[in-house]
Design a protein around this ligand. Sequence first.
Ligand SMILES: [Fe+2]
Length: 243
Amino acid sequence: MFFRQLATKEATLSYLFGCGSCHVAVVVDPVLGDEDWFLEEAKKQDVNITHVIDTHVHADHYSGARALAERSGALYCLHESNAGRVNFEFEALRDKQHIVIGNVVVQVLHTPGHTLDSLCLTVTDKRRTNAPWFVLTGDTMFVGAIGRPDLAGKEREMAGQLFDSLHERLLTLPSELELYPGHTSGSVCGAGISGKPASTIGFEKRWNPMLSLDRDAFIEALTGEIPPRPAEMERMVAANLGN
Ligand SMILES: [Fe+2]
């Protein structure tokens, strides 16, 4: 398999990976304006982009996913809970669904908390083994930090959901899994995010300060330090919903 991580605007990390031998690839969380980069990289790798996935409807940047999906003829994928919420057609992803990209298999994990529709994606390279090799954690979990509960007015409830998603879904993954988040330091999507763009489940389990807290302490800590809301947030959400 091949794998590219793009560090782009708003301290966002986007991903392009796939199967060179079957000439297919997937893009995760592209930012608007970066479409040419993805199309050029795909051309260099001699792959067709078949799926463009947003890990959630973003509130801190304009998503480039729909534009890129249109230009590359790929499916634009979001969690199924967005049906009726967004003003465009999309491929609805379900929890535990597998997306086959040649010899690469992406499995969808629904991990609500940062937002209700948040997804994490485990990725397996079947040429190596049938066990997942890495996980894209979107804004659910960062290196050294955790996503902010984004739903205004429901922060405590969402923080509780985030705790459950982390402990029941992400931290039960094998510790050797590499972890690739949706942001590095400088993002308003979480407090105390590291500048390092990758980690492992095991290292975060041991050293991420938010992961050693019990549920009540976690909710207190997370809702006590919510960073300021992104500038232009309403406009960005409206654009990303297709309004
Ligand atoms: Fe986000």
